[in-house]
Design a protein around this ligand. Sequence first.
Ligand code: ADP
Ligand code: GLC
Length: 492
Amino acid sequence: MTEPRVLSVVSEIYPLIKTGGLADVAGALPGALRAEGVDMRTLVPGYPAVMAALDHAEPIQTFRNLFGGPARLLSAKAGDLNLLVLDAPHLYARPGNPYIGPDGLDWPDNALRFGALAKTGAEIGKGMLPQFVPHVVHAHDWQTALIPAYLRFGPKGQRMPGTVITIHNLAFQGRFPADLLNALELPPKSFVFDGVEHYGLIGFLKAGLQLSDRITTVSPTYAAEIQRDETGMGFDGLLRARSWRLTGILNGLNTNVWSPADDPHIALNYDIDTLSARAANKAALQEALGLDLRPDAMIAGMITRLSDQKGLDMLLEVLPLLFQENMQIVLLGSGDPDLEAKLRAAADSLPGRIGVHIGYSETLAHRIQAGSDVILVPSRFEPCGLTQLCALRYGALPVVARVGGLADSIIDANDMAMAAGVATGFQFSPVNSDAFAWALSKAATLFHDQAVWRTMQTNGMKSDLSWRIPAKRYAALYRELILARKAEGVAA
Ligand code: ADP
Ligand code: GLC
């Protein structure tokens, strides 16, 4: 078969613009797929941060009026990334967070901002750019989920690429008032149950899940969870009905960016043979966050968006443990102002024991991974989760809720795993503060057994956490889809 050409369409991409793991995945996948013979280009919005990061940018298409203003499509490189950048100043020339304005609220025109991105992705899929005509268009999350709707409900007789959508988080569904249908340039016939209609609104994610040829999500356990009533966030019925098209592929980690042996952010580099150098990183972290300089304390680190998903209420509930166990907590996060205030108050009430940094900092994220003894991920749900993968690579033991990708990526220190010498961390279930406290106490006890601890650290550090295996799965999926479409006689 010829080399699959895939257009990935996404609303954030590392290292250009990032609010969470979606950007990490979008940034790492194309490079990993190259090794599998897949030519992936990525269509992204021309936010200021993106425009500023482009190495070469060549205009290849202009639009006189794209959803309310002129726009251009640039073919561009940024480092290793082959990008198509939608430069539409009326939609994207706004600094800061890609989704939220300075008032903390969603930009009021988000439907049009991301509708325009999806429409452009669909047009490229139909063959708008002779220099890159993709076999498959791959959407990610609600922001780009209208792509198959633009393909399905567009003019007949045009080229049709295969479509894939990846669910990174089912909680964000992109629902907008029905009267935007016209502005989104979707025809009235698309506003049906088998189309974009979702409980009387326009459902971006609904459309993607309903109309894509294949659906993936970022771990096998999350793929199962979202088909269950309690955890399907209203989509379990739809996903059960389309379950043969749905697979879970666990994310990899960008092991070039996350590499303690040559990480430029940390106090002292180390690898599996020089783990004792972690002590210097621990001391540096304690100093940076104003913690007591105690080498014997177990530092529990957490790096997270501050949202309900991430279980911060449970973290606040287990704080009394700090007195029973010789523990310190370091937290880096931003998001919900209410959670920010509560965490700041907790840090003020326990000086020397809790260090909280509200904000976004790549450097501090790396320092926390290198200096913490355990990394906490007490999420209520977690499609994949990346900070526990970073932790494995940095020799910090993850303490995680047994949900989604956390269940799939950590080998719990249960009796059998300990007997076999294969454990890499600690899982807890049910997801409540009692079970979380129990797992933390178990970690604190084991922390004193340095031989066992060292074995667990090296188990994680030895694991292949890279994109090598996931990239093979995505490549196989694209090839299978291309063949299936040929067999059905719908190949482009
Ligand atoms: P999610 O995508 O749900 O936020 P993930 O664990 O998949 O969760 O990915 C989060 C990514 O964002 C990780 O790379 C993590 O290091 C990073 N991150 C989250 N919050 C911050 C922060 N405040 N500062 C720096 N990096 C952060
Ligand atoms: C989402 C999920 C997270 C996942 C990331 C990348 O933000 O919340 O679990 O790791 O996407 O797929």
